[in-house]
Ligand binder design. Sequence first.
Ligand SMILES: [Zn+2]
Length: 456
Amino acid sequence: MLRLVPDFAFVAGSLVEQPVIGVDDAGRICAPVESAPLRRLAGRLLLPGFVNAHSHAFQRVLRGRTELRGEGNESDDFWSWRERMYQAATALSPEQLYAVSRQTFLEMALAGVTTVGEFHYVQHQADGTPYDDVSLLAKTVIQAARDVGLRIVLLRVGYARAGHQVAPNPRQRRFIDPDVEVFLSRVEALRRSVADPLVSVGLAPHSVRAVPKEWLRRIVEARLPGPLHMHVAEQPAELRASLAETGRRPIELLADVGVLGPNFTGVHAIHLEANEVALLGQSRSMVCACPTTERNLGDGIVRADELMTAGVEFSLGSDSHAHIDLLDEAKQLEGHLRLLRLSRAVLFPKQVDGARESELGRVLLRSLTVAGARSLGVDTGALTVGQPADFVTLDVNHHTMVGAPKEALLTAAVLGASSAAIRDVAVQGRFIVEEGRHALSEQSAAAYSKVVDTLR
Ligand SMILES: [Zn+2]
């Protein structure tokens, strides 16, 4: 039992001054109990923990290594970046994948993330042979997240092919399952192996490029529990290929086969026509935007304003981890739209659950918390009684926050603060970051640096 008393908290949808927040022995929010020890969080703004709804943890090793042009690399785009990403994916042993994933998750924890959706597609040995335990690498990534203290939803990827009428790429061997039944059985085997309540499993058919229509039909028909995520409409080449193969644009194809729905999250959803926006909205599908990665890779700008108007909720992800700062993802969701629309406060105000949001910060914070939780099928994000005590605190006196007006505190936090203002992070009531420090920082950094040295 514990009672938390921050200066400010955003709980159950309202900003409250000097609240007393109860946390029970199971790590859930409860009514405060007088006899429970009091933990004063002076000078802190307490928010629900951030949900990073789209991650490929291993891609962090590419940071700083792919920002160049040179001989044999005169132009650089998503596709040339992808080849270098495949080199890294091919090279990592299970032990190395653990060290890299742990460092990525640790960086997330320090940036206020309490739940990660790991879109996991490196499954097999380098030549494509499954490990003796076919879920070894998925379990390795789960272990890394749990050792850091994060809640994780492992989105187990289905990957069938390089593309329609595209020759197999040897660098994709680690991703591929032989057929859809084998894929589904492997997802279920992984799910059955999980005993930790902070771990859950979802499905992630990789994209319409990597997964044919027949797989998608069967995946829908199988009705496995958990969320369903897919990369969609990230690059124009993907929709040209979809049109050539099926005569349908990616979202139209997903509508045809029954993938769209409240359980579905389309990751990126950048290159859409108006009818695709409408299909996503009508089906109550969600979109996960990854603005720092989309900017880094030159993908384009997601039309979050049009999609939100159509009824689509947004979650956010740091995806390739070119940068890990969830507050920055929220800033750039809005920021990119300002550049595109030549306007300000583009996402303000929007109808969210029928209520007019009175602050831009609330709209963006919703994407980082409640909407992220919905996208991953976890019951967090609002800090209501009964929910897990997954939260983050920011130092209101940090130089990026100091002097923020009370009535605009959330907006000042989301649009003005850097993740350096983050002080405490707790998952299921357990503090994993205190005073901006994580206990594994040195150990994890050393192990990570050793792996990166071998990749040179
Ligand atoms: Zn991705």
